[in-house]
Design a protein around this ligand. Sequence first.
Ligand SMILES: [Zn+2]
Length: 462
Amino acid sequence: MSVQRSVSVRNEVGLRGEPPLPTRPPHTRTPARQDVPGFAAAPAAGPTGAGPTGAGAAAVILRTVLDHGPVARTAIGRATGLSPAAVSRQTAGLISLGLLRELPASSLSPRAGRPHVPLDVDTRRHLACGVHIAVPFVTFSVVDLRGQVVARERQPREGDATTVLQMIIRHLPGFLARHAGGSRVLGLGVVTGGRVDPELGLVVEHEPLDWRDVPVRDVLAAAIGLPVYVDGHARALAQAEILFGDPRARRSLLHLFVGNVADAAFATDGSVHIGPNSAAGGIAHLRLADSDALCRCGRSGCVQATLSERTLLRRAVGEGIISRPDLQDLLAAALADDRRAVALFRDRLRVVGRLIALLVDMMDPEIVVLTEAATLFLPALRADLYAEISAHSRVCTEPERMVLPSSFGPDVLAVAAGATVLDAVHRSPHSLPADPPAPRPAPAAPAAATRRPAAPLARRGN
Ligand SMILES: [Zn+2]
């Protein structure tokens, strides 16, 4: 499955002979300036009374080129409301940072006069590195500024938190040497499931891994010499959908991740809610009315206990569909039309549908994005998901339009890992260091402490 992108439809605002500015797909609201992540934080208007200023203007322009590029400066001005002088100044800054580049004028030349030089996001100079920590494996990735996966590798996830972080520290320099040579690596994003505190860079709790208060950022930043961003994978993927997915995600979004963990994230106006306890989206122990699955918390019927891959695979092995608890084996059986395997995925998806109905009725998001194996790899089963949502939701009348699979297909974990770094760059382009430090070679790995840092930083309010 390829990454969904904004599509070019027609030229509504371009003057005759000027480069076209692609518009949004039908049925979606035309993006207003306040849709742009980072815009709300910028001053409302510059001295000319036109558009945001400073860092906010740079983020708005980068966002516009991300959506519509290659695009001429005149079209950027119309889309953002910025004056020609502001567009010229800000684009020059973004070009000097290596975030935008000028393309040959021929592709967007007007009929006469001075040629329009199209601008596009420069994907050649900067990369984000990511590490996604899951129960069975750790995914390493490098992604470009458009969220395209340049490379990825997998390592088995074995041992406790200290062992895993040591493995990452050992593996990372070689991985970057193989796949990021010649580019500047802007930072390392580390994402995982469960409860994660992005301000402290701390995995507060990941039940299937048995991690508690693991200071991932401090351990990795000290060892690898790159800025390290740590977040929950449901929130990171929500950020990625806001940047690169369906434009409606910028209005309001519910993202649901169902794997070995069950996590949600929700966002409004381009901002993912974290909560004062970093616990927003923690749906693992919500109770489902029609489930009696025993949970590690001591109760039964919890979302995670009911929906986790561990539960799914235990049933599959118990029913003799597969011989070992491996999701790829069960997917292969379903793809080979093993009706029992298909039924297991369908049953789980129906429960997911009832959960989505519950969450949608509470939050009324513009769209829901679901990251779940059957939704991605067995698309015929989506009809069962939609039917269940329709049957149980009071507000969702068109689940086919409202509930989407992840924009990133099989790349979803690799994109999730890099998304936190990309989000930081796109929100605040001028935070880019002038000369980012090169990652250090692998040192002797320090032990990963498993306690909360003594002096917590202030938590982010949102
Ligand atoms: Zn529970």
